[in-house]
Design a protein around this ligand. Structure first.
Ligand SMILES: Nc1ncnc2c1ncn2[C@@H]1O[C@H](COP(=O)(O)OP(=O)(O)OP(=O)(O)O)[C@@H](O)[C@H]1O
Length: 302
C-alpha cells in the first residue's frame, strides 16, 4: 500500500517556486525528507495535510486526496511542526489531553492516551510542570507526544532534531525508529542533516530548491563501495608495502589501510600478505557509501 503519492505537485509563492513538479511514491515505514533550508520540506508537509492548496499537481495521503479530503487526512495523520509553538503556561499533560480531545477523543480516553504517549516519549514527573520551563529537548518531546495522541496511522515530523544536543538527537532518532517499528506508525521525517536520517529511515527523498533529486530505498542509496578497510594489530607499514608490491591500490587512513577491490584477488592478496608477514588482522570491512556523499554527488551532477 502507498502511504504517499504525489504527481507533479507544485507550489508557487510570489517570486518563488517552493515545490516544483514533485512526483514521488512511498510505502510504509520511516521515510526521510532531506533538503537544505528553504528546499520546500515544510511546504510539502503543509500541502500533504491539506492546509495549503497546490498551485498544480495532485497528491494522496493514505489514499485520501489532499485537495478534497484534508479533514480526513488530519484525522489519521499526526503532525509535529518545526517551530516552537507551545503555550508556556500550561503543563505537557494539560496540552496533550486538550489536543487529544480536539482530535475527537472522549476526556477519559484522552487522559489515558496522553499519559501513555508522554511516557513513550520520555516525559515523566515533569509533565505536570508548565512547558515554559522546559528544555528544548523536552519541548520537542511534547510536540512529538501531541502528534501521537490520537493514535494516527502516519506522522509528519518537521525537523524533530532541531536545536538538540548530540545526545538529544540520538534519543530523538531512537524514538522515531521505535514509532516506525514498535508502534507500526509510518513516519515522514524531515531534516537538513543528511547523515542522521541514514540511521533511522527505510526510504529517503532528497529535494533541492523544490525539485526532486532522488527518491529511493536506503539500501539503494548507500551501495556497498569497492573499498576495503583493513587494520592489523602491528605492522601497518609493512602491510602497506607488501600490498603495494603485490599491485594493490592502497591508501593509509589513520591506523587503517583502504584497499581498492579489483576482484576476488584483492582478498587473496590481503590474506597472503598477512600470513607472510605474520600479522594479526583485526578488521576487514567493506565500506558503504554515506548518504551525504551520494547527495553531494547528486547536487554536483545537477
Ligand atoms: N507563505 C509563504 N509565502 C512566501 N514564500 C514562502 C511561504 N512559505 C514558504 N515560502 C518559501 O518557499 C521556499 C520553501 O520554504 P519551506 O519552508 O518549505 O522550506 P524548508 O525546506 O521547510 O526549509 P526550512 O527547514 O528552513 O523551513 C522558501 O524559499 C520560502 O521562503
Amino acid at each position: 500500500m502507498h502511504i504517499l503519492v504525489t504527481e507533479g505537485l507544485t507550489k508557487r509563492f510570489p517570486g518563488v517556486t517552493a515545490l516544483d513538479q514533485l512526483t514521488v511514491t512511498t510505502g510504509p515505514g520511516v521515510t526521510g525528507l532531506v533538503g537544505a533550508n528553504g528546499a520546500g520540506k515544510s511546504t510539502l508537509i503543509k500541502m500533504l495535510l491539506g492546509l495549503l492548496p497546490p498551485s498544480s499537481g495532485r497528491a494522496q495521503v493514505l489514499g485520501l486526496d489532499i485537495a478534497t479530503q484534508g479533514a480526513q487526512i488530519r484525522r489519521v495523520v499526526g503532525y509535529m511542526p518545526e517551530h516552537d509553538c507551545l503555550p508556556p503556561d500550561v503543563s505537557a499533560t494539560e496540552l496533550v489531553v486538550h489536543l487529544g480531545q480536539m482530535s475527537g477523543l472522549p476526556r477519559t480516553a484522552s487522559r489515558e492516551r496522553a499519559a501513555d504517549v508522554l511516557r513513550h516519549v520520555g516525559l515523566y514527573e515533569e509533565r505536570y510542570r508548565p512547558i515554559g520551563g522546559y528544555s528544548t529537548g523536552m519541548k520537542q518531546r511534547v510536540k512529538l507526544a501531541q502528534a501521537l495522541v490520537h493514535d494516527p496511522q502516519l506522522v509528519f515530523l518537521d525537523e524533530p532534531t532541531n536545536g538538540l544536543d548530540p545526545q538529544g538527537r540520538d534519543e530523538m532518532l531512537a524514538l522515531i525508529r521505535r514509532i516506525g517499528s514498535e508502534f507500526g506508525i509510518s513516519v515522514l521525517v524531515t531534516s537538513h542533516l543528511l547523515g542522521e536520517l541514514e540511521r533511522v529511515c527505510d526510504h529517503v527523498i532528497v529535494i533541492d530548491s523544490g525539485r526532486l533529486l532522488r527518491s529511493s530505498a536506503i539500501g539503494d542509496f548507500t551501495q556497498a563501495t569497492s573499498v576495503l578497510t583493513v587494520e592489523v594489530e602491528e605492522g601497518t607499514d609493512a602491510l602497506l608495502a607488501k600490498l603495494t608490491e603485490a599491485g594493490q591500490t592502497v591508501t593509509p587512513q589513520g591506523r587503517a589501510l583502504l584497499v581498492k577491490v579489483d576482484g576476488p584477488g584483492t582478498y587473496d592478496a590481503i590474506r597472503d600478505a598477512a600470513v607472510e608477514l605474520e600479522l594479526c588482522l583485526t578488521r576487514l570491512e567493506q565500506g558503504r557509501q554515506r548518504i551525504e556523499d551520494v547527495f553531494r554527488e547528486e547536487v554536483a551532477g545537477v
